[in-house]
Design a protein around this ligand. Structure first.
Ligand code: UT7
Length: 318
């Protein structure tokens, strides 16, 4: 599997920490020192579907692949306007693709899980060109009155086009451990005359400290196992693209691996945590900036609700 092109689309509304301090008992100093986040993008006028379509189109242009040549689409998404049909069905129609489509929900690890599925489809010859799209809107799940969660998240979409032209992916390590308490969001139920509705229709619940610890331990374990599967050392990696959830999580992992800061690019300061879209958005920004050279080895690692996590190693070839 080869990454042939990348794309992203972000909402136009930027909400900085000072704007949050007007509606919440918080301040820029707390948010930026505890998380590294200074601003995030929030969907207001646009719809998530529009963002997803723009990111998908950008990735197709970047790969120089026509939508009609895509033979499978995987969309990673936790929540959107529709429970059904899937977001990928909506995007397929708008970009005029004709391939089978499905959505997956592996929370913030969704990009790595989608890449793993795509790799399997390409290896078996069931597909030759796959669009992986991550479109996320955590702003519709968080409790905007809870300062310990809402300041962390933002919305956005990132995409990649994958082809079977070369074998650039050197290792995948994905894992799931059923631990639902640290982070969850319950869907509200529609009125049903035969069922007593639960009292609460609670927004996202998160135990930040527990998620922090799980994030560091699972990321470290995945990174080490992926390196071992690929027969590489920590020093062989040119760039570590980690899930952008908290700059302190990224720094903890970096310090434990004893690697210099320049190998850990980040954009969390501008976007906050955009769930599974965070790595493809960062990947696209770095690709656009010309950061990657042909032959660079990139390790991507994410973690999220579930508890899910995953890492993969790819050699850059565009
Ligand atoms: O994709 C996965 C998604 N989730 C994550 O990755 C979350 C991982 N966890 C974290 O990033 C951190 O645990 C947080 C940023 C959520 C919290 O940082 P912390 O250093 O663990 O802070 P804390 O929860 O221990 O809170 C410290 C204090 C508390 O006040 P008291 O009890 O010490 O008086 C909080 O009430 O900070 C307070 N606090 C805030 N103060 C100002 C919590 N949120 C805020 C806020 N502004 N926004």
């Amino acid at each position: 599997m080869k990454i042939a092109g990348t794309g992203r689309a972000m909402p136009s509304l930027s909400v900085n920490n000072d704007m949050l301090s007007v509606i919440l008992d918080t301040n820029d100093e707390w948010i930026s020192t505890r998380t590294g986040i200074r601003e995030r993008r929030i969907l207001s006028k646009e719809r998530l579907e529009d963002l997803a379509v723009s990111a998908a189109r950008a990735a197709l242009v970047s790969a120089n692949v026509a939508a009609s040549d895509i033979d499978y689409m995987i969309c990673s998404n936790v929540i959107n306007n529709f429970v059904t049909p899937s977001l990928s069905c909506i995007v397929q129609g708008e970009i005029e693709a004709r391939c089978p489509c499905l959505d997956i929900n592996a929370a913030c690890s969704g990009f790595i899980y989608a890449l793993d599925l795509a790799d399997a489809l390409l290896k078996t010859g069931r597909a030759h060109k796959i669009l992986v799209l991550c479109a996320e809107q955590p702003s519709r799940m968080v409790n905007w009155k809870d300062r310990s969660t809402c300041v962390l998240f933002g919305d956005g979409a990132g995409a990649v086009v994958l082809t079977d032209e070369s074998e650039d992916f050197k290792a995948f390590k994905i894992s799931t451990v059923s631990k639902t308490d640290p982070l969850y969001y319950q869907r509200a139920m529609e009125y049903n005359p035969f069922v007593m509705l639960p009292d609460s229709d609670a927004p996202m619940i998160m135990n930040g400290k527990e998620v922090f610890k799980l994030a560091v331990s699972s990321c470290l374990s995945d990174i080490k196992q992926a390196l071992s599967l690929a027969g590489k050392t920590v020093a062989d990696i040119n760039y570590y693209l980690l899930h952008q959830a908290n700059l302190r999580i990224i720094q903890s992992i970096r310090e434990l691996l004893e690697i210099s800061e320049d190998k850990f690019p980040h954009n969390i300061e501008r976007y906050g945590n955009i769930s599974s879209a965070s790595i493809p958005v960062l990947l696209d920004e770095l690709h656009e900036a010309g950061t990657f050279k042909k032959g660079d080895t990139i390790l991507m690692s994410a973690f999220g609700a579930g508890f899910t996590s995953g890492a993969c190693i790819v050699e850059w070839s565009i």
